[in-house]
Design a protein. Sequence first.
Length: 415
Amino acid sequence: MPAFAEMPAITGADGATIKPIVSGGVLQIDYATPGTRGSDRNVFLALRSDEADGSAVIPFGQKFEGSTVFLPFRANTFYCFTLSENSGDTLDAFERKWKISRWSEQRHFRTDHPGEDFVRAGTHDCTIRIPLDRLGNPKIISLVIYSKDMTKNDGWGEMFGCIDAAILPGINDKYIPRFLEISTDEKNPTAALRARLGVGEKNERVRIYQLLVRLFGNTNETRKINGTLAENGVGKFADINDAALDAISAMGFTHIWLTGILQQATATDYSQIGRPADDPDLLKGLAGSPYAIKDYFDVCPDYAVDPAKRLDEFKALLARIHAHGLKALIDLVPNHVARSYDSAVMPEISFGARDDKTKFFDPQNNFFYLRASDPGGGPPLKLPTCRDGKRSARLAKCSVTNATACLIWKRILAA
C-alpha cells in the first residue's frame, strides 16, 4: 500500500477530512465529519470514471437524497450510505448508475454482504471501499463526498462536511464547484482538488464572470422601492478588491464582464462635478437604466468613492484585474442613448448638439424630435417612472408602428 503521505488528506467544510487510498484494486475513502454534528446522517458519494457519460445533477428526494445538489462534473455512479452511531459494519447502502441518459433506480444492499462494496462506520467517521473493477477500472476518478442531516428542513436535509471547504453547512439546493481528482496508478497514486473550470490548464477556454458593479459590493439590505442612492446603497469599483479578484480567479475565470458601468442618465444629483440630475420623467426608476447612456466616454459616478475621480478609480480597478491575470470586458451599447446625452469627456461629439430640431427625422440628426402636431400631443415625451417615491401617471400616447415607437422611445429629445 502506498504511504499516506503520497495521497494526503483533504480538509473539507466544517473540518471534515477525506483521505483517499488506492491499493489492491480498491479505492478506499476514509471520511470523518466534525464531532459536533449528530451521528445520524446520510453520506453521499458521487464518482465519475474516466470520460464516461453522466449527469451533473444528483438525484433528489424528500427524506432520502434531500434537496438538489449540482456537481462540478458529470457523475456516473452515486452512493448513499445511511449512518448512525450504532451502524458498525452493517448498514443500509444504495447505489445508482447513470444509464441511457438517466439515473437507474436505487439498488439497495447491506454492506456486510459478501462481495459487495464495503463500508465501516463509526460515530463520526466511515471508511468506504469500492473495487475499481466495479467502476470499469478507470485511470482517473472524479469524486465528491458530503453528508446531510436528514432530520432537518422537513426531510430535505442540511448539508455539512462537504469535500469543498467553501460549501458552508446549510439547507436548500447546493452547487459544489470543486472536486477530488484521483489517479488510480498504484505505483504513483495522486489526489488533488480541482475546480470545474480547470484552473491552470493549458490552452484555457475563455470563461467570463459577469459582475454588476451596482450590486456586487453593496451590503446595504434596505431595498426600499424607489429609494435613493443614499437609502439603498450602491456597489463601488473599490469593492472589487484583491480578495474578490483572488476568489474569481480561483474559480477558473479568465475575464470579468463589468456590466453597466458607462455613465447613465440618473436622478442622482452630481452638480458638484458638472453632472446635474436628469428629469425623472425620462428615467426608468430613480437610478435610471445602465443602458441609457449619457456619456460613452465616461463611467458612472455612482461607483466611485470620489465621484470627481471616477475615471481614475476605474483605471485602478482595471490595473487590479490585470494584476490578477484576468482581463476586463465592458458593454458596447451603440443604440441605447439617453435623451440627455452630453459628453463631458468628448464634448465636441455630443449627440444632438448640431441637430436640426425642427425636423422629426433627418439623416444628419442623431435623434428624432416630436412636434406639437405629432400623435400624442408633441413634446416632451414622458416615460413611466417615479417622483418623490410615487409613480408618475403621465404616459406618452403614440399611434405609430411598433418599430417606429421603439426608435422614438430609445432615441428622442424634446424640442
